[in-house]
Ligand binder design. Structure first.
Ligand code: UD1
Ligand code: UDP
Length: 392
């Protein structure tokens, strides 16, 4: 098959890194980057680190509000799909790039394949929830990572084309975690960042959700992070550039005990999670990775679509929202300061992560697909020109 795959953000580059090599063994991929993320630290460096192919098309939307950004992606994607006449358009996750890829394809009558279908937080104030719902309802292949995702789709009447395939991010984490298991991996990160980091002597944090970028929310999580940071156990915050800008614009200062670093590469992120005393995050990917690595994780949201990580007694993750007292309580219970170094050493030494085979299953399902008749790309005005083929 000829498949246009659409990426644009950091987690999509990470997911594509697992699928792309397997996909390319059997299918012809046209790789399109919307450029939703554009900083070297958020996008460019992942191409190099994870060995991704250079995009065939770079749309270069770079920032903007929800509608503006999505609209410019649609304008950029439509001519690419017309020009390439793919058998399918493949999209990942729940970002505006996912929505634009699915919508542009569906409007041209091209079947959509959605990786990470069926996730629901049941909170439609999140842009991601809207993107997921729309992408799922437009898709012909729905590659669900979990049984709960399959059940969510069934509850919306979607059963055709749905398969539980596993999780591409787990597969990458399984492959790479062996490289960062040794405390020497943390030592080299610490040396590069000029920070005094030892197993269990810091907390790792990331924050980027839109709901956590309002002035009120930023003041609340800044205070929360300050409260969980101890004198000998700082919070290392890998700060998303959008959150950095929102903090600056609102004049919110971070308290002592929070060490702000730039967004890091994939291996560094995994190493910083694995060797931390605990993780605090509103990221779906980090929440899952910390569960796979066995690191205590406080989720700075009131809902989650990754219900497995918080579902039961003994789950590694817990939803604390922006409740400072709950966060302090959970950190004390899950990663007490006097025990976190030993916990961290034991965890890393014992880590043996198994992949889920998601890439192989997705490709097998696409390969087994009834040969989809090459769609007659629907006429429409104006046609537009595809952006010049480009490399990063
Ligand atoms: C997006 C996704 C979110 C995903 C996250 C992954 C949507 C609605 N949100 O959120 O689901 O979890 O990516 O990280 O699609 N910025 C930069 N440089 C960059 C990228 C962003 O400076 O390389 C700044 C810009 O000011 C931009 C802001 O961050 O306006 C927000 O970026 P955007 O891509 O719109 O949303 P994210 O918060 O990154
Ligand atoms: N990540 C990274 N560098 C960082 C922070 C996170 O490589 O500084 C990785 C993290 O390990 C995970 C992915 O980015 O693999 C999660 O992406 P993100 O938090 O941007 O988005 P989400 O998963 O919430 O959509």
């Amino acid at each position: 098959m000829r498949i246009v795959s659409v990426v644009g953000t950091r987690p999509q580059l990470i997911k594509a890194a697992t699928l792309q090599p397997v996909l390319r063994r059997e299918h012809q991929e046209v790789f399109v980057d919307t450029g939703q993320h554009y900083d070297e630290a958020m996008a460019g460096s992942f191409f190099t680190e994870l060995g991704l192919a250079a995009p065939d098309y770079s749309i270069g939307v770079g920032g903007g509000g929800q509608g503006d950004q999505t609209g410019r992606m649609l304008i950029g994607l439509e001519p690419v799909i017309r020009e390439e006449r793919p058998d399918a358009v493949l999209v990942y996750g729940d970002t505006n790039s996912t929505l634009a890829g699915a919508l542009a394809a569906a409007k041209l009558g091209v079947p959509v394949a959605h990786v990470e279908a069926g996730l629901r937080s049941f909170d439609r104030s999140m842009p991601e929830e809207l993107n997921r719902v729309v992408a799922d309802h437009l898709s012909s292949w729905l590659f669900a990572p979990t049984p709960a995702a399959v059940a969510n789709l069934a509850a919306e009447g979607i059963t055709a084309g749905v398969t539980e395939v596993g999780d591409l991010m787990l597969d990458l984490a399984a492959r790479v975690s062996a490289e960062v298991r040794d405390p020497a991996a943390l030592a080299s990160v610490a040396a590069r960042l000029s920070l005094w980091l030892k197993p269990g002597n810091y907390l790792f944090a990331t924050i980027h959700r839109a709901e956590n970028r309002t002035p009120k929310a930023m003041r609340a999580w800044a205070e929360l992070l300050g409260a969980v940071a101890g004198p000998d156990r700082p919070v290392v915050l890998a700060l998303h550039p959008g959150t950095r800008e929102a903090l600056r614009a609102a004049g919110v200062e971070l308290p002592d005990g929070i060490l702000v670093i730039e967004p890091q590469g994939y291996r560094t992120s995994l190493a910083l999670q694995l060797h931390a005393a605990a993780v605090l995050t509103d990221s779906g990917g980090v929440q899952r990775e910390s569960a796979w690595l066995g690191v205590p994780c406080l989720v700075l949201r009131s809902t989650t679509e990754w219900v497995e990580t918080v579902g039961s007694e003994g789950s590694s993750a817990v939803l604390v929202g922006l409740d400072r007292d709950a966060a302090v309580r959970e950190i004390e219970a899950r990663a007490p300061a006097d025990r976190s170094a030993a916990q961290s050493v034991r965890r890393a030494a014992g880590l043996r992560l198994q992949g889920s085979g998601a890439a192989e299953r997705i490709v097998a399902l696409l390969s087994g697909a009834r040969a989809v008749e090459r769609p007659a790309v629907r006429p429409g005005q104006p046609q537009g020109q595809p952006p010049a083929k480009a490399t990063r």
